[in-house]
Design a protein around this ligand. Structure first.
Ligand code: 0O2
Length: 194
């Protein structure tokens, strides 16, 4: 199952790489800062399946754990996150299963990102299988905030003091302000991309 998801993830990574290169070729502009991806380890998948009471039903694990494979696309500006989301999900062989727009509606702690669960076909020697891939689109500022928040959350073993939670929330607002400012400046210098 992990290998099948690895294959699906590679397809998504290739699609993103093609979009990025074509975009640079057509518009002389790179909307993606970086892309990272991972497939859950067997241990982490087993732990999540156990937590959700899905064992030993492999079909339920396959349909209910939709982040076995994930890619994170860090974009320059907010409009690029939506643009990349649209370009990827409009493709014929990509089915959008579910979307959570934490950019439009941030989580109470301040977390922002656009999450998409995609379904892509993988063609094996035994035939076609469909796998779910989670893709997160975010800006550099959102990514900076999320990685720091993640570290703090683990440092305090999920019991983060209120003062730090408030400061993190403030920092998320500052990051959003910076995103807005940078995007305005970029538009002023270059105009809209397309
Ligand atoms: P990892 O190591 O990044 O994979 P789920 O339990 O995933 O099925 P949930 O929580 O509704 O259901 O999924 P959601 O909201 O789409 O979030 C899943 C992932 O988004 C998380 O994966 C994180 O990567 C990221 N994320 C969501 N909320 C936060 C947040 O408040 N702070 C930070 N830093 N990241 C967040 P995992 O599995 O937690 O970890």
């Amino acid at each position: 199952m992990l290998l099948e998801h690895e294959f699906g993830l590679r397809e998504i990574e290739t699609k993103i790489a093609i979009l990025r290169e074509e975009f640079m070729h057509l518009h002389d502009y790179n909307p993606i800062e970086h892309v990272s991806s991972r497939v859950k380890t067997a241990e982490s998948l087993l732990a999540k399946a156990t937590r959700k009471g899905l064992l030993p039903d492999m079909d339920r694990i396959r349909t209910e754990i939709t982040d076995i494979a994930g890619a994170r696309v860090t974009c320059s500006f907010v409009e690029d996150t939506y643009r990349m989301f649209d370009l990827l999900t409009e493709q014929d062989d990509v089915e959008l299963v579910h979307v959570k727009d934490y950019i439009a509606e941030p989580k109470p702690n301040g977390y922002k990102s656009l999450h998409a669960i995609l379904q892509v076909p993988v063609f094996l020697s035994t035939g076609r299988i469909d796998v779910h891939i989670e893709v997160q689109f975010r800006t550099i500022a959102m990514d900076f905030w999320a990685s720091l928040e993640h570290k703090i959350y683990y440092k305090y073993d999920a019991k983060v003091p209120d003062r730090i939670l408030r400061e993190l929330h403030d920092a998320a607002l500052t990051a959003a302000e910076l995103d807005g400012k940078m995007e305005r400046l970029h538009r002023e210098l270059h105009g809209p991309v397309v």
